[in-house]
Design a binder for this molecule. Structure first.
Ligand SMILES: Nc1nc2c(c(=O)[nH]1)N[C@H]1C(S)=C(S)[C@@H](COP(=O)(O)OP(=O)(O)OC[C@H]3O[C@@H](n4cnc5c(=O)[nH]c(N)nc54)[C@H](O)[C@@H]3O)O[C@H]1N2
Ligand SMILES: Nc1nc2c(c(=O)[nH]1)N[C@H]1C(S)=C(S)[C@@H](COP(=O)(O)OP(=O)(O)OC[C@H]3O[C@@H](n4cnc5c(=O)[nH]c(N)nc54)[C@H](O)[C@@H]3O)O[C@H]1N2
Ligand code: SF4
Ligand SMILES: [Mo]
Length: 723
């Protein structure tokens, strides 16, 4: 095939392998949805084995999409964006930085990054923020995604790599417990790795909905546990209780490889299965059966415990992930040949994006910004005095809450996130964006966040650039350029280099991805996420590169085989306890009934939908948000299938159609967060955060649901706004 490029999908962390080939025949340019300039073929690779999902198949159609931004755009006093030249655009951005700095200090400039950025761009963004902007105020959307699991992994194992084993290791497992993960929709080709457990009758899915993944447990393939939202921590303590009280603990493993056992035994004592049933709604017998299946699986083909956003995106997400890890340690799973614990990383470079310095408290190589040795190492690589590197900044939710406030951020750069739709309490975030002195958004589409920007800088799409990403297994992959970008778009490395020049920044800012990777290798050397032994040449030869990969080694497909990453080599069992209280919320009216809102994903749309809502085929399949409601609850409220309803709380309102389904618990409603405006689920979510990780509460909020046409619905809304 002529000019084909082997690369990986632009979207999720499964990073399915694909080959891009120039499409046959002329590319029509006049149509509103032109044919994609590239043919997409799935390629054999361990994660996807040739398979792709609908998002992957259609990804190339966005390359020459009519709505693509191809020139810098400046918002005029009339609120209209108009094209300007690159020199003028960069001058304006640099001037805004200098003004904010002069008036309010260096921390008045903020940066919001994304887990979709390549390693090179994420690394450079962290360096650019600290050295060229001189600010500590950088964080990114991974805070909304992997932060709880990362914090729990750090605490227990001393290192955070989502899957500490290659994904094919799951294929032969007898038992897999998946908590709050709906891979059938969020990573469809991943489902093939569950086949072994399903065939063995050992797939156990924990989800308040009978999700597409939970439905796989039917017909003897396993169990579906359907707890009340937000009660997973209690459920996990109950599972550990059974493991301890039925003598299913792997005592030799616990003694040799862990510390903290007795405190954890005490912490689960009060969580016997009948009590757990009364709190979670999961029958005590299923709690017992699950624990027994995990223990039996560990002695047969292997047992794995996997967590997803359903259990992590809570104000107690770190403790819930910790409880899952404790259970896995009691059973002796992590770091063994056939069993393990893992969390399923979400974004394309969600793993690499959390390693190289766009996190508020972090330097490249997963180093801590407060660690003097880490600062000295990175300062030496950057060729700057150590005290030029600022201290820790603010985690994402706090950063966004500070927008426009007197001691907060006044000038913000956004790279690869659509915070106006994807951040919690989105109405407040939009208000914050509007109160900034200057907002710069780098994107290729007019996302809802870009629409708020003073200046939009058009950047490259995945098939137009080179770089590396690190997938959900901690495996570093090559992204390869397959087409030329539109003439007016620029790479983010180029943009950062030009801005650094204008700001007289110390150190160097290469616009060449491979040169940046070479620098990243040196910056990461000796850190937890050590990439120093990896280079483009070996990735181009198709060699598998799992970090840590120190120079001279062969990398680490499986972590923890001999020891965990704490100095004593042991994993830490950390006692945790439920402490959640539902935040009181104004009841909009005497007749209204409080429901629990959970949010999540649909197969066809990706995240804020900024990309997939622009793919005609995907939009046609899921054109609008619908709220999933149980028929019993719906009928009691006078709601039928397709009724237009208002979902409301003190933060905002969503108006959309109801979709009645027995797949959801009767006291719970589900909204996807892929849609903007009146359908934006994050108008309802609370910006309360986990005290350890900074993760916001995306999956446990109080709402009231009413048919829009109901006579007292207008009055109800007035009451809510006044409260
Ligand atoms: N189609 C699609 N795929 C994606 C993405 C996308 O936007 N669209 N995004 C990617 C990214 S960044 C991520 S992080 C992953 C996320 O992948 P997942 O974690 O699989 O996605 P979610 O749909 O957010 O949540 C999973 C499940 O958690 C359940 N849940 C909600 N609340 C609770 C609870 O309290 N307890 C339990 N046990 N379960 C609960 C929901 O019902 C849902 O079925 O997907 C990646 N893949
Ligand atoms: N209610 C609710 N909210 C959630 C979640 C939930 O489950 N429920 N999940 C959370 C999770 S897990 C995540 S990961 C976040 C994700 O939510 P977002 O951070 O909004 O992620 P995307 O929608 O992928 O936004 C990426 C934006 O950057 C652009 N883009 C893509 N690639 C690049 C690039 O290389 N450079 C630049 N400059 N731009 C690029 C895209 O066009 C798009 O506008 O949402 C979080 N929000
Ligand atoms: S599962 Fe993820 S990586 Fe694979 S094709 Fe779909 S979106 Fe792309
Ligand atoms: Mo995510």
């Amino acid at each position: 095939m002529a000019n084909s490029a082997d690369t990986h999908c632009p979207y999720c962390a499964l990073q399915c392998a694909m080959t891009l080939t120039p499409a046959a025949g002329p590319v029509p340019v006049a149509l509103s949805t032109p044919a994609a300039p590239l043919d997409v073929q799935g390629r054999d690779f361990p994660t996807n084995r040739g398979g792709l999902c609908r998002k992957g198949w259609t990804s190339a159609s966005l390359l020459n999409h009519g709505g693509r931004i191809t020139e810098p755009l400046l918002k005029g006093p009339d609120g209209v964006h108009r094209p300007i030249g690159w020199d003028q655009a960069l001058d304006l951005a640099a001037q805004a930085v200098r003004e904010a700095r002069a008036r309010h200090g260096a921390d008045a400039v903020g940066v919001f990054g994304g887990g979709g950025l390549t390693n090179e761009k994420a690394y450079m963004l962290g360096k650019f923020a600290r050295l060229a902007l001189g600010t500590s105020r950088i964080d990114y959307n991974g805070r909304f995604c992997m932060s709880s699991a990362a914090a729990a992994g750090m605490r227990a194992f001393g290192v955070d790599r989502g899957l500490p084993f290659p994904v094919e290791a799951l294929d032969t497992a007898s038992t897999i417990l998946m908590l709050g993960s709906n891979v059938a929709e969020t990573m469809p080709p991943f489902v093939q790795h569950l086949k072994g457990a399903r065939d063995a009758g050992g797939l156990i899915v924990v989800d308040p909905r009978r999700s597409a993944t939970a439905a796989f447990t039917a017909d003897g393939a396993g169990l579906h546990l359907q707890p009340l939202p937000g009660t997973d921590l209690t459920l996990l303590l109950g599972l550990s209780h059974v493991v301890i009280h039925e003598n299913l603990v792997d005592t030799a493993y616990v003694q040799e490889r862990t510390s903290g056992y007795s405190a954890v035994v005490r912490s689960v004592n009060a969580f016997w299965p009948e009590r757990v049933q009364s709190i979670t709604g999961v029958p005590a017998e299923l709690v017992r059966q699950t624990a027994r299946m995990l223990a039996a699986g560990a002695r047969a083909g292997g047992s794995y415990i996997l967590t997803g956003r359903g259990v992590e995106q809570h104000v107690d997400g770190t403790d819930t992930a910790t409880a899952a890890i404790n259970l896995s340690l009691l059973l002796g799973l992590p770091g063994t040949a056939r069993s393990g614990y893992g969390t399923l990383t979400g974004q394309g470079n969600g793993q690499g994006g959390r390693e190289h310095g766009q996190k508020a408290d972090q330097l490249p190589g997963y180093r801590k910004i407060t660690d003097p040795a880490a600062r000295a190492h990175v300062a030496a690589v950057w060729g700057v005095p150590e005290d030029l590197i600022p201290g820790p900044g603010l985690p994402a939710v706090q950063l966004l809450k500070s927008l426009g406030k007197s001691d907060g951020v006044q000038c913000l750069f956004v790279h690869a996130s659509n915070i106006a739709v994807a951040a919690p309490d989105a109405n407040a975030v939009i208000h914050g964006l509007r109160s900034l002195d200057f907002l710069v958004v780098c994107d290729f589409f007019l996302s809802e966040t870009a629409a708020e920007a003073n200046l939009i800088l058009p950047v490259l799409q995945w098939a137009e650039e080179d770089g590396t990403l690190t997938n959900l297994e901690g495996r570093v992959l090559r992204r390869r350029r397959a087409v030329s970008p539109p003439a007016g778009a620029r790479s983010e490395l180029w943009i950062m280099a030009r801005l650094a020049e204008r700001l007289d920044a110390p150190s160097t800012y290469s616009e060449d991805p491979e040169t940046v990777f070479e620098e990243l290798r040196r910056a990461s050397a000796g850190g937890p996420a050590d990439y120093s032994g990896i280079d483009y040449a070996m990735l181009d030869r198709g060699e598998a590169a799992y970090w840590p990969y120190p120079a001279g080694s062969t990398g680490t497909p499986r972590l923890f085989t001999g020891r965990f990453a704490h100095p004593d080599g042991k994993a830490r069992l950390v006692p945790v306890a439920p402490r959640r209280r539902r935040t009181p919320d104004a009841n909009p009216g005497p007749a209204a009934k409080a429901m629990t809102l959970i949010t999540g994903r649909l197969l066809e749309h990706y995240q804020s939908g900024a990309q997939t809502r622009r793919v005609a085929e995907l939009l046609a399949a899921q054109p609008e948000a619908t709220v999933q409601l149980h028929p019993a609850a719906a009928h009691a409220m006078g709601i039928g299938d397709g009724t237009l309803v208002s979902v409301v709380n003190s933060r905002g309102e969503v108006v959309c159609r109801a979709e009645l389904s027995t797949a959801i618990r009767p006291e719970t409603v589900f909204l996807p967060f892929h849609f903007p405006g009146a359908e934006s689920a994050n108008r309802l979510t609370e910006a309360a955060t986990d005290p350890v990780s900074g993760m916001p509460e995306f999956k446990f909020n109080t709402v009231w649901v009413r048919p829009v046409a109901a006579p007292d619905s207008a009055r109800m809304l007035q009451t809510t706004e006044a409260s």
